[in-house]
Design a binder for this molecule. Structure first.
Ligand code: ADP
Ligand code: MG
Length: 697
């Protein structure tokens, strides 16, 4: 693509644009706010706003919006034009510092989980200076945090920013002990995004995809993913055209779209960006998902981001690659060249191992949703048991440290910490263990449980926070020690010994692992409800949120409520959609077909000379199944009435949807899918799995 570098970031009010356009004192003040969280003076905000507005107008914008991330998992925006009417009636384009820094919005229509009292519906959006403003569809979008009148967070961004602060604070304490003078530690993320593309005409004819994002009916197609011929296969021209345009759009928004390929399932693809600071990566992933949907439409396609759009073939997730680095660019998860650096590396490594072990449940919660329940544990994605993959070499090294023995690798070495230069690990580029939920891949950890439609904020704020907690405990201990080196060696050894039960390098899909994990005392929270329940029932969870000021107790409680309710609502919508399709589409199709079969049977019988066994058998089978279908429709309707009675009990209601409503839905689907295989195609109104998965050529 010509001019890619010129196009890159052209729609972003980036650091270089700021440097070029802002007066230098204003630029410096803004940078201080961005990097050190210093307060921005009103005069400075006015200047920034004015410069931003001119830049935006030059680039075709007429409106601005505070762009925020409520707890719906998507983004929200309300556009105001720059138009300003003066006293003389003339209009000018104006944008004040006040409008840049803070916006007021009605919070009553966003999920708040009981935080926002109904009499106080006001919510505020506050400029997040750590992420860059950008132009999208003629509007200057200002990334903002969203909170209630009371100051409590109502969004996905605020706790993420707070977790970035927590990890910075604790990691700096550790680095100081190693004599480092860096000023800031940040975490970085590259989120690989999986998605499906299907033909828009087919999509429109599937109310289940329209309303719920996944197919609620559909017999398996003759061919699924068993031939392994889609993964990395050559990309079809229509998909390729989509990918090219998507890359171009993302590049303009300063998003480092880097890798694209076909995924395992038919019609499934992946996009991976180059990693960046976690809060920016989060904004960028939200934008990526949005652009995927918009660009797909331009190509007569629809992009599905549901975790399990099709039964029987792989669903979609995100691989959240996470690392932690200092502002001098040193990745703290990269084994170093000197013994000193390696001791530091090992300390950060065991900090992560300890964090994952101590807070398995919080990680599991961060990946919990009704959609992702179909995927986790389905032998395509990590199981519900959280564990860490280290690879053989690193495990052997830590085992040697624990045993006080020499490492017996390729080049045997003495494992005394602080004296040892570790062997050079090859970066694990091949995803050697694709089954692990939390895999160390050379210089980063890859958390693979996150669902495709999720905001990555939820997972990363947990990873940041629990690692901050390990580092806090380490710093407390090491700061007290008189002999730093001795205490450090002891701490690494002790931490590994206490937490190595979380390390598992084998096949996470195997039944033996579930057993083994149980004997190690690891959690196995198989559904969203199991997982969410732990959020409040285990007191150390709320404590860690409070200690690191990531969420208050009431904020955690509100999130619990929103997500429990979200689970129930998701299944409720799916159930209603099934009823609509079964009654309005499937039954009438079957009735028409039976009618024609019956007429033919009657005619043949009148003529008296023909074999009628085919019509009779078919009619009998279809009639029997239709009877069963109607009975299940009634049962589902009755279950929904019972569910309604529980609506004031969030957990009880969610449990009822999982155990009762969902069970009837599965039975209804079973009958309908059998009917699909018996009914002539011309009567069946829904496009088949084959139509959905193979019609993009
Ligand atoms: P694979 O997982 O297929 O082996 P890579 O490891 O090269 O591929 O990269 C996958 C994703 O991880 C990309 O988004 C990449 O930018 C990101 N990534 C690479 N290094 C880091 C790092 N140090 N921190 C965070 N993310 C990283
Ligand atoms: Mg990867």
């Amino acid at each position: 693509m010509q001019g890619t570098t010129a196009q890159f970031g052209s729609m972003v009010f980036s650091d270089s644009v700021m440097q070029e356009r802002l007066p230098s004192a204003v630029y410096t003040a803004l940078k201080n706010t961005m990097s050190r969280g210093e307060r921005l003076e009103a005069g400075i905000a006015d200047t920034v706003a004015d410069v931003m507005k001119d830049w935006a107008i030059e680039n075709g914008a007429t409106h601005y919006t505070h762009w925020f991330q409520p707890m719906t998992g998507t983004t929200a925006e309300k556009h105001d034009s720059f138009l300003y009417v003066q006293n003389d009636g003339n209009v000018i384009m104006k944008f004040s510092g006040k409008a840049l820094v803070q916006g007021e919005s009605d919070a009553s229509s966003f999920p708040s989980g009981g935080i926002r009292a109904t009499f106080e519906a006001r919510g505020y959006t506050i400029w997040d200076t750590t992420s860059f403003a950008f132009i999208k569809d003629g509007s200057l979008c200002i990334p903002t945090a969203f909170c209630a009148y009371t100051g409590e967070s109502l969004d996905m961004k605020t706790p993420l920013l707070r977790s970035m602060e927590a990890v910075n604070l604790q990691a700096l304490r550790i680095l100081r002990l190693f004599g480092s003078e860096v000023n800031r530690v940040v975490t970085q993320v590259g989120a690989e995004q999986e998605y499906f593309l299907i033909d828009a005409e087919m999509f429109k004819r599937r109310p289940d995809l329209v309303y719920s994002g996944r197919t609620l009916f559909g017999a398996p197609p003759p061919k699924g993913q068993e031939l392994d011929d889609h993964y990395f296969g050559s990309i079809k021209p229509r998909v390729s055209a989509f990918m090219k345009e998507l890359d171009g759009e993302l590049w303009k928004l300063g998003i480092y779209a880097h890798t694209k390929h076909n995924e395992v399932a038919p019609a499934q693809h992946e996009l991976a960006p180059i990693y960046t600071t976690t809060n920016i990566a989060t904004d960028q992933n939200q934008l990526t998902m949005e652009m995927m949907k918009i660009v797909a439409r331009r190509h007569g396609l629809v992009c599905l981001l549901h975790e399990k759009p099709f039964a029987g073939i792989n669903g979609s997730g995100k691989h959240n690659n996470w690392s932690i680095s200092a502002d001098n660019g040193v990745n703290l998860l990269k084994p170093g060249k000197t013994p000193h650096e390696n001791a530091q590396f090992l300390l950060f490594l065991v900090a992560v191992i300890k964090a994952v072990d101590d807070y398995q449940d919080l990680l599991r919660v961060s990946a919990a949703s009704a959609g992702n329940d179909h995927r986790l544990g389905g032998s395509e994605a990590p199981p519900a048991v959280v564990s860490v993959f280290l690879g053989d070499e690193l495990t052997e090294i830590l085992d040697a440290i624990e045993a006080g023995a020499n490492y017996k690798g390729k080049k045997p070495i003495n494992m005394e910490i602080g004296v040892t230069a570790l062997p050079h690990f090859p970066k694990d580029t091949t995803d050697r263990n694709r089954t692990s939920p939390f895999a160390f891949t050379g210089n980063k950890f890859e958390f693979r449980m996150v669902g495709a439609s999720f905001s990555i904020s939820g997972a990363n704020l947990v990873i940041n926070m629990i690692v901050a907690e390990s580092l806090r405990q380490f710093a407390d201990e090491l700061e007290r020690a008189s002999d730093f080196k001795g205490a450090l060696a002891e701490l690494i050894k002790k931490t590994y010994t206490q937490h190595k039960r979380i390390v598992f390098n084998g096949d996470n899909y195997s039944a033996e692992w579930v057993e083994e994990a149980r004997s190690r005392g690891l959690s196995n929270l198989t559904t969203t409800i199991h997982a969410l329940s732990k959020l409040l029932s285990d007191k150390k969870n709320v404590e860690v949120y409070e200690r690191h000021k990531v969420l208050t107790r009431s904020e955690v409680e509100s999130r619990y409520e929103i997500r429990m309710e979200g689970y129930a609502k998701t299944i409720h919508i799916e159930a209603l959609t099934m009823l609509e399709i079964a009654r309005g589409g499937i039954l009438p199709s079957c009735v028409d077909y039976q009618n024609d079969l019956a007429k033919l049977l009657q005619r043949k019988q009148t003529l008296g000379r023909f074999d009628t066994s085919a019509e009779e058998t078919l009619l009998r089978r279809i009639a029997r199944l239709c009877g069963a279908l109607v009975a299940k429709i009634d049962a589902l309707e009755a279950a929904l009435v019972n569910a309604d009675a529980l609506k004031h009990d969030v957990r009880g209601s969610a449990l009822f949807y999982r155990d009762t409503v969902f069970a009837v839905m599965s039975e209804l689907r079973g009958i309908a899918d059998e009917l699909e295989t018996l009914t002539a195609r011309k009567y069946w109104q829904l496009p088949s799995y084959g139509d959905l998965l193979y019609s993009v050529v």
